[in-house]
Design a protein around this ligand. Sequence first.
Ligand code: GRG
Length: 291
Amino acid sequence: MFDMEKSVKQTEGIIRKYLPKEEGYQKTIFKAMNYAVNGGGKRLRPILMLKTFEGFGGTGEVIEPFMAAIEMIHTYSLVHDDLPALDNDEYRRGRKTTHVVYGHAMGILAGDALLNYAFETAMKAFELDDLDVVRRAFEILVKKPGVYGMIGGQVVDVEKSGIALDKDELDFVFRCKTAALIEAAMMIGAVLGRASKEEQRKVEQIARNIGIAFQIQDDILDVISTTSELGKPVHSDERNQKTTYVTLYGMERARQDVITYSNNAIEEIKTLRGHHEELISLVSLMINRKK
Ligand code: GRG
């Protein structure tokens, strides 16, 4: 049976191994990077990566640099998202945001540094497995967070702040800003676990559904949760005048669609070759997540 607490502990142990030492003239940047990454968080993306890898029968250390790298990229996106020029948030993961503790300039640099360090970290995997397989995984890690993925979605989200989005635009934002990184996590797990091309495409679609369900739930929690439960400010979408799944479709439909997208993903996971019971448990847990 899937044990979330145990998986988070295991994942944090792996991530910690790849974080930089806080030394040298530039040690402030290392402190800021480590502060941002060590600040808790659900570790969802590296856990999804690991469970997909294991589900296809993957073993060995090659997955570890990629697990650390995806969490670094995710953390960089949060550090930048919290900056005054973007959401201007002072709390994240239950404590002060990186730019509040280290200053605005260092907040920008820490985000940049985490993105670059993610690639430096993932490079270590080239010594651990077949070159072609690692190259394919690396390519996914490079592309999905980019302008055709996470950053692309964020551009529309930022540009349309205060302007109503239509359904297609909101779908684009969800697929790119949120689902792309979840797609990267699960596809890298699949590639390194030796999934076939067709299986990789299936995993991409499954991850997209999980990502969309995740973002709908994020929109719901922003309305119904509390700052202490989420560890970050609530009602930030309203404050930033954002179109969300809840404003566009209403709360009831939003709740129902979290279940529908998640169940679609679960039904598709059941058709994959391998043993994906833990992945299914994880997706089921995410349907009712409170933070
Ligand atoms: C380059 C200036 C600049 C900004 C880009 C892409 C980007 C920064 C920001 C997007 C970040 C964002 C808010 C994505 C939405 C996905 C989402 C709901 C993230 C929160 O993920 P959780 O809940 O966080 O997994 P934890 O803290 O648990 O890891």
